[in-house]
Write a protein that binds this ligand. Structure first.
Ligand code: SF4
Length: 444
């Protein structure tokens, strides 16, 4: 039996190895021949790269890659190959996915994929596979990363130590997909997997690596002897505890992605992110810097409580706090989230299946409350321009120089790159910014 593992990518997908695909590979019986087709490494040509030799094609699909996934699925099905889809988008929209696939896996693959393969082999593939309860995650099978080619990805391996989130942020897909009960891996199992990689640079794919009290501290203690340099996403609530922060830094954490989301207290209340307190933001950034940890701050615009001042106020906070990097997004109602359900109910979605149509990056797909979609779009661009202006970069530079040897070396190259991205992609609308960049690199 042969299975093609297929990773569709969007123009701005990051060059990282798909943990979902490596997990499927680990769950697949040894006598099945696996072949990986990854848009990230080389754009898949539906005519020349897809043949009819596979018995099954498995696609991992996010909302951003849904259109591309449907295109690739059609090429397989034209050649008589059965298609199975899984991931966050088919989980939220199984009926839509079934218009393009023979089978959909709803939720996590562990405990279902083995049955999918057995049924495909027996010619009894079902339309939908779903869990009665979420799978155990204390000691999951380690992803089989040998399926990836050696080149084409960022030189950092990603790893996951927990799944699920107890919070209820209205816009977030994590709880609908992974559940509201956090499932934590055995810290020794995580350290064992990292050891097996033989790499010192690691990226945690967890949505919140720091927010699990004693478990987070136990994990950091396990990581210490490994002498890692690692990056991850962290919640503000987890940073209140100075012992946890100290252990996190001592275990090799050098940068965190933090969802501040907004500096507007009313928006935080309304979207359910009550664990964030804007009055603490400066202090938290300072504490992270004091521990040698750089901050990549993420903000969202377009909450119902946002007015036209929010763009400048946010960029101003980000500059004054001295964060290493910031990204600004327009609020997006992803299917399956409470936000999507509410905006649909209120008749405010510009298109109920907005992900299926071509659109300008950053242009809202819903009607904001206190401004027009155009004003939200222009304000979003303005925030990028302000934060990556020469004066903001120069103002943040001294803090970066003091934070760690990584920020010392990386601050200017990364901020100048982000400035180019701002003008070419965010403001200039070049959606092929990434592709053009890679093509330029490949030129002789
Ligand atoms: S935004 Fe973060 S804290 Fe909120 S539900 Fe999602 S993962 Fe949890």
């Amino acid at each position: 039996m042969r299975i093609d593992l297929v990773c569709p990518a969007a123009e701005d997908s990051a060059n990282v190895r798909s943990l979902a695909m490596a997990t499927l590979a680990a769950l697949t019986p040894d006598d099945v021949e696996l072949s990986l087709l990854d848009d990230i490494v080389r754009k898949i040509d539906p005519v020349t790269d897809i043949d009819g030799r596979a018995d099954l094609a498995a696609l991992t699909v996010s909302t951003k890659t849904a259109v591309r996934a449907y295109e690739l699925a059609a090429a397989y099905r034209q050649r008589g190959v059965k298609v199975v889809m899984g991931g966050i988008h088919p989980t939220a929209m199984p009926d839509e996915a079934l218009e393009h696939a023979d089978c959909v896996v709803v939720g996590e693959a562990e405990g279902l994929w083995e049955q999918v393969v057995a049924d495909a082999r027996a010619g009894t593939l079902q339309r939908i596979y779903r869990h009665a309860t979420l799978p155990e995650y204390r000691t999951p099978p380690w992803p089989k990363r040998s399926i990836f080619p050696t080149r084409g990805y960022v030189p950092v391996h990603s790893i996951q130590a927990s799944r699920g989130c107890p919070f209820t942020c209205e816009f977030c897909s994590v709880a609908p997909f992974f559940g509201r009960k956090t499932r934590l891996r055995d810290p020794k199992d995580v350290a064992g997997e990292i050891r097996s990689l033989g790499r010192r640079w690691i990226m945690f794919a967890d949505d919140n690596i720091i927010g699990h009290g004693e478990h987070s501290r136990a994990l950091f203690r396990e990581l210490m002897p490994l002498k890692l340099t690692w990056f991850g996403q962290a919640s503000l609530q987890g940073m209140q505890d100075s012992d946890t922060l100290r252990l996190m830094a001592a275990s090799g954490c050098r940068a965190v992605f933090v969802g501040f989301e907004t500096v507007n207290r009313a928006s935080l209340e309304a979207c359910g992110k009550r664990q964030n307190h804007p009055q603490q933001y400066f202090e938290i950034v300072k504490r992270l810097h004091d521990h040698g940890i750089a901050v990549w701050a993420a903000f969202v615009f377009g909450f119902d409580e946002d007015t036209l001042e929010v763009f400048e106020t946010t960029a101003d906070f980000a500059t004054k706090s001295g964060v290493f990097m910031a990204s600004f997004s327009v609020l997006t109602p992803y299917p399956g989230t409470p936000l999507y359900a509410r905006l649909k109910e209120e008749g405010r979605l510009l298109d109920e299946r907005w992900w299926l149509r071509e659109q300008r990056d950053g242009f809202p797909v819903f009607r904001p409350k206190q401004m027009s979609p155009e004003q939200l779009f222009e304000g979003w661009q303005q925030a990028w321009k302000l934060f990556y202006s020469g004066s903001s970069i120069m103002r943040r530079l001294p803090r970066a120089l003091r934070t760690s040897w990584i920020t010392l070396g990386a601050f200017l190259p990364i901020n100048l790159f982000q400035r180019r991205l701002t003008y070419q992609k965010i403001v200039g609308g070049n959606k092929f910014f990434n592709r053009d960049r890679h093509a330029k690199r490949a030129e002789p």
